[in-house]
Design a protein. Structure first.
Length: 179
C-alpha cells in the first residue's frame, strides 16, 4: 500500500526529528538521503539549493524541513513538515529535561549527556560534507567550501566574511568560464 504524501512527510520528518541530536543541521545527511535517495522527491542539486536558502534565511535551522515540505507539497506540505519536525523532538526534550532535573546528580545520567557531545558534533560534520557534495559545484566549489570552513574555524573573523569572499570567488570563476 502506497502512503500519501502528507503521511509520508509526517513519518519521515517525525522520525528525523527524534534523531536531531545537535539541532536540525545534524540531520541534514538524513534529510538528503530521504528526499533524494529514498523518496526521490528531488535531485541532489535541488536539495543543495533549498539547503542554501534555509541557511541564508533568518531564523532557526529547522526551517530546512519547512522548505523541503513546501517543495514537495506546497503550503500544506510546509505546515505538515514543520509540525512533524518540531512536535516529536519537543515532546522528547520536555520529558528529558524533567528527567534531567530529577536525576541530575546521577553519575550515569552525566556520562550519557557527555556522550551525546561527540555524536552531535559528528552529525554536524557529516551535514557539512553531504551539503558540499550535494551542491555539485565541482572540485573548485569543494575547495572554496573547505577554505571557508578552515578560515572560519581558525580565525576570529566574522563567518560572513569568508562566505562573501568564497561566493565572490566562485562567481568570478563562473564568469571566467572556469566552473
Amino acid at each position: 500500500m502506497e502512503r500519501g504524501v502528507f503521511t509520508q512527510l509526517v513519518i519521515t520528518f517525525g522520525t528525523i526529528s527524534l534523531m536531531a541530536i545537535g539541532g536540525a543541521n545534524a540531520v541534514v545527511p538524513e534529510f538528503h538521503r530521504q528526499m533524494v535517495d529514498v523518496l526521490s522527491w528531488m535531485d541532489a542539486p535541488t536539495f543543495a539549493r533549498l539547503f542554501a536558502i534555509a541557511q541564508t534565511a533568518p531564523g532557526p535551522n529547522v526551517m530546512l524541513a519547512s522548505i523541503l515540505g513546501w517543495h514537495v507539497a506546497g503550503t500544506p506540505g510546509l505546515l505538515v513538515a514543520t509540525a512533524a519536525i518540531l512536535t516529536p523532538s519537543s515532546v522528547l526534550a520536555l520529558a528529558c529535561s524533567r528527567g534531567l532535573q530529577r536525576y541530575s546528580g546521577n553519575h550515569i545520567v552525566r556520562i550519557a549527556t557527555l556522550a551525546l557531545v561527540p555524536i552531535a558534533l559528528g552529525l554536524m560534520l557529516a551535514s557539512g560534507i553531504v551539503a558540499a557534495f550535494a551542491a555539485d559545484a565541482g572540485l573548485i566549489g569543494f575547495a572554496i567550501t573547505a577554505g571557508t570552513a578552515i578560515v572560519t574555524y581558525r580565525s576570529k573573523v566574522n563567518p560572513l566574511v569568508p562566505m562573501a569572499v568564497g561566493t565572490a570567488a566562485y562567481v568570478a570563476l563562473w564568469f571566467a568560464g572556469l566552473v
